[in-house]
Write a protein of this length. Structure first.
Length: 433
């Protein structure tokens, strides 16, 4: 569109320039011819002027426009020339302008008063302007079509080149470790896009190094903590095997429980950190049949719910899939179910629904969430209150579920409580808007 607009503007400018040039040429020819005839009249008189007008009309010009004349008296009576009648030009002031010549032509003319009863009009047709301008228009149309075609092809090639270069940047983000982006910086003649590609690859490589260092440190820290705890647990097992007093045995069992809680807390913290670090990173994810996963977990938890005197129902839409990490998604669902089983009293009901989207809802008719806790239940180490009392647990279950959901582009929300005050909670997991 820009090329077409520029071409149209250039055509208009050329059209106006050529038209003005032709008009100026006609004016010059008229003035020169008129000056010559006036000189002839001054030296040879009217008869000589009539002869010269006839001679000029008899000649057909090889170039330029055809001449036309009219020699008349003050009453407008034709004395000589080929014009049929006196035009609307005032000879006393040597008026000029465009006049009609014949039935279909026009031209530029000037009128002068030669004597007390003699006036002269000299004209030049400007019909040559039409074919010239028509030829210019045709030339611009043909040349413009070729020009626009060439511009389109060059633009297409440029767009393809830019697309390939942008693809290098995308490749640097997808595979920062292959060095393709860094290689561009070493190429001679690299511009800003190449530099951006190299910087993107370098930044992602540094980020990958930091993540690898973080992972190594976390794993080493976890190993350094687990190992002494494992040794301590083994000593407690040996102490229990020696049949100590009942009170001592209970204390040893409590210590083993604390060890397991510490290990679980450590693993949950590491899982939360890893999930948050990979938020928005779609690499390593694969299609997961969420319908089959939720159904299998619900069937597994059915026995535990029955032992706790709870009713567990599930409604799962078929063929609901999501790109994700199956083990993390499994932990997400189990954490939500563990949370419901922990707080719903005997005789209560837990309902699981999965709909396309995906949208997973975990609802229960337990005591609900204290209004003071609604904004903080997904924080690490924050334990909510039930009936005004702080509940047990590490406060990491919902925080881990929230981190895993974010890793998969999902969001956990807590529905508003029902208006009848019957309590209960409904957690909804759905794709982020």
């Amino acid at each position: 569109m820009l090329s077409l607009a520029l071409l149209a503007g250039l055509w208009w400018l050329t059209h106006q320039t050529v038209s003005a040039t032709l008009q100026e040429a006609a004016q010059t020819e008229v003035d020169v011819d008129l000056a010559g005839l006036a000189d002839i009249y001054a030296t040879g008189g009217q008869e000589e002027l009539e002869v010269r007008i006839a001679d000029r009309l008899a000649l057909t010009p090889m170039e330029g426009s055809a001449p036309h004349y009219l020699l008349a008296d003050d009453s407008g009576k034709v004395i000589a020339g080929d014009l049929a009648g006196w035009p609307s030009l005032d000879p006393t002031v040597s008026e000029s302008g465009v006049i009609a010549i014949g039935a279909s032509s026009k031209g530029y003319a000037r009128a002068v008063q030669l004597g007390p009863d003699l006036r002269l009009v000299v004209a030049r047709t400007t019909d040559i302007e039409a074919p010239v301008l028509s030829g210019i228009t045709t030339a611009f149309a043909a040349g413009g079509a070729v020009f626009i075609l060439l511009v389109g092809l060059l633009g297409r090639f440029a767009a393809l080149g830019l697309q390939r270069r942008i693809e290098r940047i995308n490749l640097a983000f997808r595979e920062p470790q292959d060095g393709s982006g860094l290689a561009v910086a070493r190429r001679n003649g690299g511009d800003e896009i190449d530099e951006l590609t190299a910087h993107s690859a370098a930044a992602l490589a540094r980020m990958g190094d930091l993540m690898a260092a973080y992972k190594d440190t976390s794993e080493q820290l976890a190993h350094e903590i687990r190992t002494p705890l494992s040794h301590l647990d083994n000593r407690l097992v040996k102490a229990l095997a020696e049949n100590p007093d009942r009170a001592i045995a209970e204390r040893l069992a409590e210590a083993r429980g604390e060890i397991r809680r510490i290990v679980q807390t450590l693993e949950s913290l590491l899982d939360i950190a890893a999930s948050k670090a990979k938020r928005g990173d779609r690499s390593g994810l694969a299609p997961v049949d969420l319908s089959a996963l939720v159904t299998a977990i619900c069937e597994l938890y059915a026995g535990s719910a029955e032992e706790a005197a709870l009713e567990l129902d599930w409604t799962v839409a078929p063929d609901v899939t999501i790109n994700g990490d199956e083990s993390q998604l499994r932990r997400l669902v189990t954490n939500m179910l563990d949370n419901a089983l922990k707080y719903v009293p005997p005789g209560g009901r837990i309902a699981i629904t999965l709909e396309p989207g995906p949208v997973l809802a975990v609802a229960d008719d337990g005591p609900g969430i204290d209004p003071r806790d609604r904004d903080r239940i997904f924080e690490r180490f924050y334990r909510g209150r039930t009936a005004g009392r702080e509940t047990s647990g590490s406060g990491l279950g919902l925080a881990l579920a929230h981190a895993i959901a974010e890793r998969h582009g999902l969001k956990i929300t807590l529905d508003d409580p029902v208006s009848d005050g019957s309590g209960g909670a409904v957690f909804r997991i759905a794709t982020e808007a």
